[in-house]
Design a protein around this ligand. Sequence first.
Ligand SMILES: O=C(CO)[C@H](O)[C@H](O)COP(=O)(O)O
Length: 224
Amino acid sequence: MNFPIVAPSILAADFANLQRDVELINRSEADWFHIDVMDGVFVPNISFGFPVMEAVRRHATKPLDVHLMIVQPERYIDAFAKAGAAAITVHYEACTHLHRTLTQIREAGCRAGVALNMQTPVEALADLTDAFDQVLIMTINPGFGGQKLLPLSIPKVQKMQRLLAMARSNALIGVDGGIDARTMGPVLDAGAHYFVAGTSVFGAKDPLDAVRTLKHLAPTKPLA
Ligand SMILES: O=C(CO)[C@H](O)[C@H](O)COP(=O)(O)O
């Protein structure tokens, strides 16, 4: 696998034309579909659940990267794995027993991901670096698409990159929120491998071109 990996967020798609938008991403240079599941408790918004996830899966030809912004995500890991998730990311802040939940994700046959909200320091994961395959640094306060990337998150990506290097972990670093052709460069330089982008892709006049721009912002490199 090479990076940068581009993962358009379905949250910003036109749900009345979901099949059209999924097929658009199939044709694009994007690598993954990003599926934002929100419960109205962990974040102040409700997005969608299994019916939409399954509709995306029926038409998608690329891996589904599921981001659970829900409390007690362990209740739904197996169901999302069955619904076709290739990767499942849970929030550090939403898990009482994070190690157990990450193990459950791997046992369900998916890549295990953990997301960190703005206030959570990267050191919170220092003892668990063997337990996840990807880490998602939130570059906004989660809950809504269309927000501006918070610059405070950029040094955090760098810190995470150092922490993983020290631990000799090959986990991928992702960023989520306010990613576009202007903001992607600094987070890429800071060490991010995958880039979740909603508004800048689906809100663009030409989403195929928007994905291409992100994908070619820097020469692709092989992952460790
Ligand atoms: O997790 C999310 C919101 O909580 C979305 O993935 C994120 O906001 C991406 O959308 P945009 O590119 O519009 O910021």
